[in-house]
Design a protein around this ligand. Structure first.
Ligand code: GUN
Length: 284
């Protein structure tokens, strides 16, 4: 029997507890937590993600401030806005949706966000804390969301052979470090990997974060493996993941669907990080 790892349902459970926690703070006279969401340009996928994040904030009682900037805005203007948000004591978290238009240096933007408001966990100070395995930093939302999903289902990571396909800055790289911190034996594959199938077949837990639709076929998955699909792409007008879900699910013991798997968990982790920033700022 295959268990579907239901990110939508699990998110609801976590978010209900966030809502209660925030209501408790409000009843004690504290202000609401708040997240500043910055979107540059009109990329349709980014617009959908940003709408989802803002709706989720509203539902649990986090204020969301929205800044929608034009495609042609200068780097200086964007950095100016971030510096203002850094200074604003009412703002707990700052999220700049990626990718950014090409005239803007993404690295500079990430490094301008104050680390204590960096709820995406992309600032090198937060990445450094993750590698150092010390408390007090922010873990990027997709890796943290996957951990929350495993926690909910009681999936134990320690000692497992985990293969992560994709080594990007947003998911693959920080996720590999997080899993290593949880005592997994981690293999990281990327476009230069010589024999991808060899590594995916070895995995007790296989996590794909490439954005290549249906990259992971059934003959690449070990019988009984746990399969986590981070990809979101369009194939013939349909939203699909990195995993050929219908076939792979026959072999997997647990598998995430797309949509409704990792996606909602990423947003849930963002809410968790924003509440963490809020509590740090108010010392509660
Ligand atoms: N673009 C794709 N994933 C993410 C994410 O987790 N955070 C931000 N800010 N942008 C993204």
């Amino acid at each position: 029997m295959t268990t579907i790892l239901d990110g939508k349902k699990v998110s609801q459970i976590y978010r209900e507890s966030f809502k209660e926690e925030i209501e408790n703070y409000l009843s004690r006279g504290f202000r609401r937590p708040s997240l500043a969401v910055v979107l540059v340009g009109n990329d349709p996928a980014s617009q959908v993600y940003v709408i989802n994040k803002r709706k989720a904030c509203q539902k649990v009682g986090i204020n969301s401030l929205y800044y929608h900037l034009g495609e042609n805005i200068s780097e200086q203007e964007l950095l100016g806005l971030i510096k203002e948000l850094n200074q604003n004591p009412e703002v707990d978290g700052i999220l700049v949706q990626l990718p950014l238009p090409k005239q803007i240096n993404t690295r500079k933007v990430i490094e301008t966000i104050r680390p204590d408001k960096d709820v995406d966990g992309f600032h090198p100070e937060n990445m450094g804390k993750l590698v150092a395995n010390v408390e007090g930093g922010f873990i990027p939302c997709t890796p943290l969301g996957i951990k929350l999903l495993f926690d909910h289902y009681g999936i134990n990571i320690q000692g497992k052979d985990v293969t992560v396909v994709g080594a990007g800055y947003i998911v693959g790289k920080p996720l590999s470090v997080l899993l290593l911190n949880m005592n997994a034996t981690v293999t990281v594959c990327h476009i230069y990997t010589k024999d991808l199938k060899k590594h995916t077949l070895n995995a007790d837990i296989l996590i794909s974060a490439t954005g290549v639709p249906h990259l992971i076929k059934e003959d690449m998955v070990k019988e009984g493996a746990i399969v986590v699909d981070v990809g979101i792409s369009k194939l013939d007008g349909k939203i699909v993941g990195d995993v050929d879900f219908e076939k792979v699910k026959e072999k997997a013991s647990y598998i995430t669907p797309v949509p409704g798997g990792v996606g909602p968990m990423t947003v849930t982790a963002l809410l968790l990080n924003t509440i963490k920033a809020y509590k740090m700022h108010l010392n509660i």
